[in-house]
Design a protein around this ligand. Structure first.
Ligand code: MLT
Length: 373
C-alpha cells in the first residue's frame, strides 16, 4: 500500500508559498505542518535552523522540568505567552505527547491535553468535529495524533472551510500540527531524526547531508516515521536505503526516492546511520470486510526476523567508525534491536528524544508566526 497519497482538495499542504522556505498557509492565514513529503528543501532547512537556534539558547541540558512552571531560558521565555496549544491525541503516545507539552509549556503557552478516552470521541464524535470545537474555544494550535492516515489533513481542510464571522471569529487562525497520522507521516519525528543525524556527522552548518547513507531497517511499510525521514533526509541530500523482508519493505516504497534492500548485512558496513523500526503490528489491519480473518502476517516468525534483521552486538561491529544507531521508540528489545545495540556508545536514541523538545519548540513558533529568535 505505500506510498500513501492523500486528497488535498480545499487545502494543499505542499502548495508552494511565495517564499519556498515557509510552510503552507491556508486562506485564513493559518500555517500548518502536515507532512514533510513534497516540502521544498528550504522549508525543511528553515525548521532545522530554527531548531538549532533553540538548541543554542537552551544550552546543552536541552530539558525542562516536566511539571510546575517550566521556564525556558531568556530569548525563548514567554514566546508563546497567551497562546493556547491543544494536544489532541487519539492514539497512544509517550515521547511525542510529553515533548509537545514540555515544548509549549516551556515557551509559556497554555496546554490542553485531550485523549479519546475521556473526550466526546468515545461518544462517536468525529475528529474533525472535535477539532473544530476545540479551535472555536480559542486554541491557537491543534497538535493531532490519529490512527487514520490523513486525519490531520481532514482537520486542516475542515478548519479552512469554517466561515469567518459565522462559524469562527473573523481573523481567528488555528495551526494544525501532525503528531503522527496512521502510516502517513510523523513530521516532527522526521525533523528530530534529521537534526540528530546532522549533529552526529557535523552537518549543523547548512544541513547539507550529501555523502551520508542512512539505513532504515524494519517495518518501513507501516511506518510514518520512515516516510517523514525519507522526505527530509533525501531533500537535504542523504541517500536512504530501506532494509527488511519484502513483506515490510515492498518494491513500491522505491517511489519515495529511496533505495531498497533485503540484506541488512550487506548494507550496514556502508551506513553512516541506522534507524531501527519496530514491527508496528497495530497498523496491520485485517483485510477490508473481514471480521475474524487476520491480516497478512508481517513476518514468518519473530525469531527468524531477529536472526536476519535485528541490530545486535555482532552487526554493530560491522559498522563504520562514527556511524550511529537511531530508533524512534518504542523499542521492543530482543526483537528489532538487542540491549547491546540500543545502549551502545553508538546509540543516540535518548539524544533523539531530547531533540524532540527543541524541534517542537521551533515548529510551534513557526506555525504560530513567532519569529523573534
Ligand atoms: C510512531 O508514532 O510512529 C512512533 O514514534 C514509532 C512507532 O510507533 O513505532
Amino acid at each position: 500500500m505505500p506510498p500513501t497519497s492523500l486528497p488535498t482538495a480545499g487545502f494543499d499542504p505542499v502548495t508552494p508559498t511565495p517564499d519556498p522556505a515557509r510552510l503552507p498557509t491556508d486562506a485564513a492565514g493559518s500555517t500548518h505542518l502536515l507532512q514533510l513529503g513534497g516540502l521544498p528543501p528550504a522549508a525543511v532547512r528553515r525548521l532545522l535552523e530554527r531548531t538549532r537556534r533553540v538548541h543554542t539558547l537552551m544550552g546543552e541540558t536541552a530539558s525542562l522540568p516536566l511539571s510546575g512552571p517550566a521556564q525556558a531560558p531568556a530569548g525563548l521565555r514567554g514566546l508563546l505567552k497567551g497562546r493556547v496549544v491543544a494536544n489532541l491525541f487519539f492514539e497512544d503516545s509517550t515521547r511525542t505527547r510529553v515533548s509537545f507539552s514540555v515544548a509549549a509549556r516551556g515557551l509559556g503557552a497554555k496546554v490542553i491535553d485531550l485523549t479519546s478516552v475521556g473526550s466526546s470521541v468515545s461518544k462517536g464524535e468525529s475528529v474533525a468535529d472535535t477539532a473544530a470545537n476545540v479551535a472555536a474555544m480559542g486554541a491557537d494550535a491543534l497538535v493531532i495524533r490519529h490512527r487514520a492516515s490523513g486525519a490531520c489533513h481532514l482537520v486542516a481542510r475542515t478548519l479552512a472551510a469554517l466561515r469567518p464571522g459565522r462559524h469562527f471569529p473573523a481573523g481567528r487562525r488555528c495551526a494544525v500540527i501532525n503528531a503522527g497520522d496512521g502510516r502517513h507521516e510523523h513530521p516532527t519525528q522526521g525533523l528530530l531524526d534529521t537534526y540528530t543525524l546532522a549533529e552526529a556527522h557535523g552537518r549543523l552548518d547548512g544541513f547539507d547531508l550529501s555523502g551520508l547513507t542512512v539505513a532504515i531497517v524494519g517495518d518501513v511499510a507501516a511506518s510514518r516515521v520512515a516516510r517523514s525521514d525519507i522526505a527530509a533526509m533525501t531533500a537535504l541530500g542523504a541517500r536512504v536505503v530501506c532494509v527488511g523482508p519484502p513483506s515490510l519493505v515492498p518494491a513500491s516504497l522505491g517511489a519515495l526516492g529511496c533505495a531498497l534492500s533485503n540484506d541488512l548485512d550487506a548494507v550496514l558496513p556502508d551506513a553512516d546511520a541506522v534507524n531501527v523500526l519496530r514491527i508496528q503490528f497495530e497498523r496491520r489491519e485485517p483485510p477490508a470486510g473481514a471480521t475474524h480473518t487476520p491480516g497478512p502476517a508481517a513476518v514468518v516468525s519473530l525469531g527468524e526476523y531477529a536472526r536476519l534483521y535485528a541490530l545486535d552486538a555482532d552487526r554493530l561491529r560491522t559498522m563504520k567508525p562514527g556511524a550511529i544507531v537511531m530508533h524512534p521508540g518504542p523499542i521492543n528489545r530482543g526483537v528489532e534491536i538487542t540491549p547491546e545495540a540500543a545502549d551502545s556508545p553508538r546509540s543516540v536514541v535518548l539524544r533523539q528524544v531530547a531533540h524532540g523538545v527543541l524541534v517542537r519548540m521551533a515548529v510551534a513558533c513557526e506555525c504560530l508566526g513567532v519569529s523573534d529568535f
